[in-house]
Design a binder for this molecule. Structure first.
Ligand code: C2E
Ligand code: MG
Ligand code: MG
Ligand code: MG
Length: 289
């Protein structure tokens, strides 16, 4: 009986293994296919940019717009950045795609200024591979020069994890960025492993509280404690602090009470295409504040 049990266990193991490798194969195939489609996405003009307002928590005025990439694939339909950005990173496609995002966002921002809207800062997400690219700083300087956008209206977002990995080289790179006159935000703050000693050495302007902590507001006291700690830390370091992923009035009230500076999230607006953002830009002041 023990022998038969052993036999079944082995068989089961083998089948599971085959099942597992087949599933893994499918995953790899799917990724390769997506990578190939992504390669053509730029030339097929399947990529576009959405913008999400960052709002002053006291005045309700728009202080900036985060640029979020969208891919509407002719083959897969709309693909989430959470899926295709990692693929773009692995394949290196993020470098040309990222350059396009930067150029397109600066053009759009300038266009809004020419249309007479009050000037806004646009925040562009930069991935690890872009940030470590030898010509990264030069490419930003070039876009600023070519478009003529005043650098004060461009913000670069890098995640806490990117900033803290190889931190000495990050400090150098960020200093060079600052010399261009752009501002710098640390994204997804609280999810990485920041050395506070290094954090104070980074030449940054803004901390963005990760949305996972914001979603804890009213639900989990430990998450709330982290939100409060990040706000205080930011202010002690003379940084602006933004809460990401604000969805409810309760979260807004808490953040206001705790002196957070800006909010970004569905409560105010989801990321929207430029024409829809213009409706927000038209309004000088918003009503909720
Ligand atoms: P992120 O930079 O942290 O961007 C915030 C994400 O939260 C966005 O997801 C946004 O749509 C979403 N979000 C905003 N408000 C809310 C809210 O109230 N509730 C919830 N649940 N979500 C909210 P998205 O657009 O899917 O982008 C995901 C990530 O992909 C971004 O995270 C960023 O890391 C990356 N990404 C997006 N566009 C670019 C890009 O142009 N370049 C690079 N390198 N990465 C990008
Ligand atoms: Mg800002
Ligand atoms: Mg971001
Ligand atoms: Mg984030």
């Amino acid at each position: 009986q023990a022998d038969t049990a052993m036999y079944y266990a082995k068989e089961l193991g083998r089948n599971n293994y085959q099942f597992f490798t087949r599933k893994l194969d499918d995953k790899i195939q799917e990724k390769l296919a997506l990578g190939n489609h992504l390669r053509r996405a730029l030339e097929r003009e399947e990529l576009s940019l959405h913008y999400q307002p960052q709002v002053d928590i006291r005045t309700g005025r728009i202080k900036g717009l985060e640029v979020l990439l969208r891919w509407n694939s002719s083959i897969q339909g709309s693909v989430s950045p959470a899926v295709f950005i990692p693929i773009a990173e692995e394949t290196g496609l993020i470098v040309p795609i990222g350059a396009w995002v930067l150029r397109c966002a600066c053009d759009q921002n300038l266009k809004w200024q020419e249309m007479g809207y009050p000037p806004q800062s646009i925040s562009v997400n930069i991935s690890a591979r872009q940030f470590r690219e030898p010509m990264f700083i030069e490419s930003i300087a070039e876009v600023l020069k070519e478009t003529g956008l005043d650098p004060q209206w461009l913000e670069i977002e890098i995640t806490e994890s990117i900033a803290m990995e190889n931190v000495e080289s990050s400090i150098k790179q960020l200093k060079r960025l600052k010399e261009l006159g752009v501002t710098i935000a640390i994204d997804d703050f609280g999810t990485g492993y920041s050395s506070l000693n290094y954090l104070r050495k980074l030449p940054i302007d803004t901390l963005k509280i990760d949305q996972s902590f914001v979603q804890d507001i009213g639900r989990d006291e430990n998450g709330e404690a982290i939100v409060i700690a990040i706000i205080q830390l930011a202010h002690n370091l003379h940084l602006t602090v933004i809460a990401e992923g604000v969805e409810t009035e309760g979260q807004l009230d808490f953040l206001k009470y705790k002196n957070c500076d800006e909010i970004q999230g569905y409560f105010y607006s989801k990321p929207r295409p430029p024409v829809e953002i213009e409706q927000y830009l038209k309004r000088e002041k918003v009503s909720f504040a």
